[in-house]
Design a binder for this molecule. Structure first.
Ligand SMILES: Cc1cc2nc3c(=O)[nH]c(=O)nc-3n(C[C@H](O)[C@H](O)[C@H](O)COP(=O)(O)OP(=O)(O)OC[C@H]3O[C@@H](n4cnc5c(N)ncnc54)[C@H](O)[C@@H]3O)c2cc1C
Length: 404
């Protein structure tokens, strides 16, 4: 990244972080400066909505800056949300050109790889369901895979290739949405925490923040893994809990692959500077962002088996981020019965980057017109109303699971 791209961003960041006074009213307050909140600010500001986004830390400092950066139409749920992820990718491709900053969007495809007959069945089903919904997907034999990716190790039996999917720098993308939203008139404030929402007479009246009160009749909760504790004091229960994901990144290496490589155990991609990002677990360990050696050592071993050139690569950094997990892995994008003006845009689980543009697009329609061009049904809060076996484990009984 040339310094000219970075310097204005850093100065802008320092400026907003040190000014502590706050406007007293806003049309719409967005809580949270991750990818969901920043994309929403950008879309709403374009429609003339006077947006105030409040982020208690820094933009993209939580899950949105900690993720792998895989984006794609194939991330949707067959029969429910593939239309949404297709739309989201289309919006992302458009936004990447419009935002006015480089976001390192590489649309070279996703390879879902199978190493056993059982995994082959999953890969074939993945390909069939994506094709049914019009997403170009090819099944590749082991030989075809090695022709496409000469760096792959032995042991692969088949793969599904989705050429339209890709990867992006999630940190740059979130910052680009925030900067472009500001240019459209949104007020984006870092270092200001929303302490509570103020509800009176069955509707939102304002938010109380660490810098004072803001009167508003509309609040969008995009507070990621922290959304549940923020809403509990006003009696709104949502099944969103933190799901820790650990990642590691290698030193810069010669070009290995332009694609996202996915197995049932790991995902990896190489960034614009040659670093290979490898992850990631999903662990229910409360709000801990600790990294653990056994998990990272396993990722390193699996990555070396997948791509032998990675065996000798040095790991230069490890980290963990907290995903806002829901029981079914889909976001909650909805109004809240009994609290007029409260809108949820949270729970994006493992695919928040893939869904962020369509989330912002749906919010814009919900707020400015009431009707949405794609159904909100898969994202309604009401789907969790009936008791289900996969509801969150009660506090104090956190368990740890690991999956890719
Ligand atoms: C290791 C890992 C790998 C991942 N890989 C991918 C991937 O490849 N592709 C993909 O699509 N998704 C991926 N994800 C998931 C994706 O990162 C998330 O779904 C997405 O970032 C969620 O965005 P968000 O804006 O809702 O949450 P966040 O980015 O967590 O943002 C929420 C923000 O709200 C702020 N906040 C909270 N409470 C308050 C308050 N009271 N007042 C003010 N601000 C508040 C927080 O400080 C935070 O900045 C991954 C996640 C992880 C952790």
């Amino acid at each position: 990244m040339p310094p000219a791209e970075w310097v204005p961003g850093i100065l802008e960041h320092a400026f907003v972080s040190t000014v502590m006074d706050i406007q007293k009213t806003a049309d719409t307050v967005i809580i949270g400066g991750g990818i969901v909140g920043c994309a929403a600010a950008y879309y709403l500001a374009a429609r003339g909505v006077r947006v105030l986004l409040l982020e208690r830390g820094a933009i993209a400092a939580e899950a949105s800056g900690a993720n792998l950066g895989a984006v794609g139409a194939s991330a949707g749920v067959p029969g429910a949300t593939l239309a949404h992820t297709k739309k989201s990718l289309e919006l992302l491709a458009h936004d990447a050109d419009e935002l006015g900053r480089p976001v390192e969007f590489v649309r070279a495809g996703l390879l879902l790889l199978a190493c056993s007959d059982a995994e082959r069945t999953d890969v074939q089903e993945f390909a069939a369901t994506r094709r049914q919904e019009g997403i170009e997907t090819h099944l590749l034999s082991a030989e075809e895979l090695r022709n496409m990716e000469p760096g792959l190790g032995p042991g692969l039996v088949e793969g599904a290739y989705v050429p339209g999917d890709g990867h992006i720098n999630p940190f740059l993308l979130t910052y680009a949405y925030a900067a472009a939203a500001r240019r459209r008139g949104a007020e984006i404030r870092e270092g200001i925490e929303v302490l509570r929402c103020d509800v009176a007479g069955g509707r939102v009246a304002g938010v109380v923040t660490s810098a004072g009160r803001v009167d508003t009749r509309r609040v969008i909760v995009a507070a990621g893994a922290w959304s549940s504790p923020l809403l509990a004091p006003i009696g709104v229960e949502i099944p969103v809990r933190p799901g820790r994901g650990q990642m590691l990144v290698t030193e810069a290496l010669p070009a290995l692959t332009p694609r996202v490589l996915r197995t049932p155990a790991i995902n990896l991609r190489q960034d614009a500077r040659g670093h290979v990002l490898i992850g990631s677990s999903v662990e229910y360990a409360g709000y801990s962002r600790e990294v653990t050696l056994p998990t990272l050592a396993r990722f390193a071993q699996l990555a070396g088996e997948l791509m032998p050139a990675l065996r000798d690569a040095r790991i230069i950094r490890t980290w963990a981020g907290l995903r806002p997990m829901t029981p079914d892995g889909l976001a909650i994008i909805d109004t809240v019965p009994g609290v007029d003006g409260l809108i949820l845009a949270t729970g994006h689980s493992r695919t928040g980057l893939s869904y962020a543009p369509v989330t912002a697009w749906l919010l814009e329609q919900l707020i400015t017109g009431g009707q949405t061009a794609l159904p909100l049904e898969p994202f309604r809060l009401g789907r969790f109303a009936a008791p289900r076996g996969d509801q969150p484990v009660p506090a104090g009984r956190e368990r740890t699971e690991e999956m890719p």
